[in-house]
Write a protein of this length. Structure first.
Ligand code: HEC
Ligand code: HEC
Length: 297
């Protein structure tokens, strides 16, 4: 016979049962009350806010949006380093297509000697295989940003040009007008980027190699030069170059005498750099033209 010690509060089986039930129920009730207390913000059923203005706006939101840029808003200019990395490094980092190589003081010294204004002007208008503005449009990079890139490149390669002055608001408006004019050939910047990538991959040793093959067989040399240089643009029609083997693209050009066509290939025409930007011999360039022309006859 077990007997509870004196003074214990539970004396009958009914009290024991009540104590056991309370032992379970009281903590549970406390937990539930605490949970309600912690999360006592207003509750709404799912979907009750579906007609709220923000919700409706997000549902009837147009898929395509026109992002109107205020031409008069103060422009955030990219730094010379940013422009260099985004655009100019395609050629100037490796010295592709004969570009003066970044940080190579020997390449740059004679160019720096021309002075900043000349370099800036050349960067804007192009020279040989160097496309105007590095192939970008005034929409993407203003004259001022190109100037910064020139200073960045030159100063990392031996010069100490001062940072160009930021244009005033009036100048920005003028460049905005220029940008509108530049925007007319949409996609040109994209194509130029493709051309830059293609030209950056042109192996620099290939052109002289093609020159060596000249004695062997003119048509071989022409094909070799085409493959090492010209196809960077002419294979895919980059920058609107007449595509290799595309009779329609070539027909209007071949109405000119072959001498004229050779002349364009040797001295350049529009976006076509003289000799495709290579240093091949005249004979090889003509052979490459013959090779390209024979593919559309
Ligand atoms: C598609 C390749 C290519 C890209 C991209 C390119 N350049 Fe050039 N750049 C050249 C070549 C090639 C030359 C050498 C031209 C020559 O002397 O015939 C050159 C030369 C230059 C010169 C020296 C010009 C002179 O008067 O001697 C400057 C300055 C210059 N580039 C600035 C830039 C800037 C700034 C950018 C970017 C906004 C840029 N380049 C992007 C290929 C490129
Ligand atoms: C950087 C890109 C590029 C490279 C590299 C290039 N071309 Fe071109 N080429 C062009 C473009 C762009 C045109 C169209 C020019 C125009 O009509 O304004 C063109 C046009 C021509 C034409 C037709 C000219 C005419 O209207 O009669 C010939 C020929 C030609 N290229 C030959 C060559 C040869 C040969 C090479 C290699 C040694 C070469 N190209 C490399 C871009 C290039």
């Amino acid at each position: 016979m077990s007997e509870a010690p004196h003074g214990a509060p539970i004396k009958t089986p009914a009290q024991l049962i009540a104590a056991v039930i309370a032992g379970f129920a009281v903590p549970i009730i406390i937990i539930v009350l605490l949970a309600v207390y912690v999360d006592n913000s207003t509750r709404t059923g799912a979907g009750t806010d579906s007609l709220a203005e923000a919700q409706v706006n997000s549902r009837i939101h147009p898929l395509a949006q026109v992002d109107i840029r205020d031409a008069n808003a103060p422009r955030v200019y990219k730094s010379g380093e940013e422009v260099y990395k985004a655009v100019c490094s395609a050629c100037h980092a490796s010295g592709a297509a004969g570009a003066p190589k970044f940080t190579n003081t020997a390449d740059w010294a004679p160019r720096i000697a021309q002075g900043f204004d000349t370099l800036w002007h050349t960067a804007l208008s192009g020279k040989g295989a160097m496309p105007p503005r590095g192939g970008t449009s005034p929409d993407d990079y203003s004259d001022f940003e190109i100037a910064r890139a020139v200073v960045y490149m030159a100063n990392n390669s031996g010069a100490s040009f001062p940072e160009p002055a930021q244009p005033a608001a009036g100048a920005a408006a003028a460049s905005g007008a220029a940008a509108a004019a530049g925007a007319s050939d949409a996609g040109a910047a994209q194509q130029a980027a493709a051309a830059m990538a293609a030209m950056a991959s042109v192996p620099q040793t290939a052109a002289p190699a093609a020159g060596g093959a000249q004695s062997a067989d003119a048509s071989q040399a022409g094909k070799a030069l085409y493959q090492s240089v010209c196809q960077a643009c002419h294979a895919a029609g980059v920058l609107n170059a007449p595509k290799f083997g595309d009779k329609e693209a070539w027909a209007p050009r071949l109405k000119d005498s072959m001498d004229t066509v050779y002349n364009y290939a040797l001295h350049g025409k529009g976006a076509m750099p003289p000799k495709g930007g290579s240093n091949a011999s005249d004979a090889d360039v003509k052979a490459a033209v013959d090779y390209m022309v024979s593919a559309v006859k």
